[in-house]
Design a protein around this ligand. Structure first.
Ligand SMILES: [Zn+2]
Length: 207
């Protein structure tokens, strides 16, 4: 693989790293044209498992990425951005190869990678498409507001099921008659992607 990429004009690097199953390798191939400050990257893992067909997982992904790299080189086009291809070892042991690559890449070099596309089992007849979100905040639970009445959780609000209008919550407080109680609102927020909570009114109705 490295020899084919070398012959096609790629600048290749063979990275070795140790795993519990012995030495494993990454092959990195960079097309030495285009803006080196903006890297577009595609990759796939080279290893397989004995429990499944390696021809698909991940012979298919690695063959597809390799063929794409060779076809691009043969096309004699000049890319605007820098193209880089990664072939990872020991993915099945816990993404060891790609983690090794990222962990040994200086922060300034990591920042230059604008896009990474991963190809795994692309010969599957029943494919799934997944997006790995590099936003650490993600689209999951991020901001929340919990209201408490003494030790009772009255309501929990989150960015996940946010509402743009007011929501009224009512609690029967008869059990607290004659007692001193504390009403408390506790908010947690990720400031990079904020959700606004408005507490408009807290009222006690007597009857
Ligand atoms: Zn795989």
């Amino acid at each position: 693989m490295k020899a084919k990429l070398d012959a096609a004009g790629y600048t290749t690097t063979l990275q070795s790293f140790s795993t519990s199953a012995g030495t494993s390798y990454n092959v990195i191939a960079e097309w030495p044209h285009g803006d080196a400050n903006h890297v577009v990257m595609a990759g796939s893992h080279l290893d397989s498992v004995s429990a499944g067909p390696g021809i698909n997982d991940n012979g298919s992904g690695s063959a597809g990425v390799l063929e794409t790299a060779l076809a691009y080189a043969a096309s004699a086009q000049t890319p605007r951005n820098r193209l880089r291809f990664g072939f990872w070892g020991a993915e099945e042991l816990g993404l060891l190869g790609s983690k090794y690559y990222v962990n040994n890449l200086p922060a300034a070099e990591r920042d230059k990678i604008e896009l990474y596309l991963n190809f795994d089992m692309i010969a599957s007849p029943n494919p799934g498409y997944f997006v790995y979100d590099d936003n650490p905040a993600g689209n999951g639970a991020r901001d929340d507001l919990v209201s408490y009445f003494t030790t009772t959780t009255l309501a929990t609000y989150s960015n996940v099921d946010r509402t743009t209008s007011y929501v009224q919550k009512t609690l029967n407080v008869l059990a607290y008659k004659g007692k001193t109680v504390t009403v408390r609102f506790l908010g947690q927020e990720d400031s990079s992607l904020q959700t606004s909570f408005v507490i408009d009114d807290v009222a006690l109705t007597t009857s």
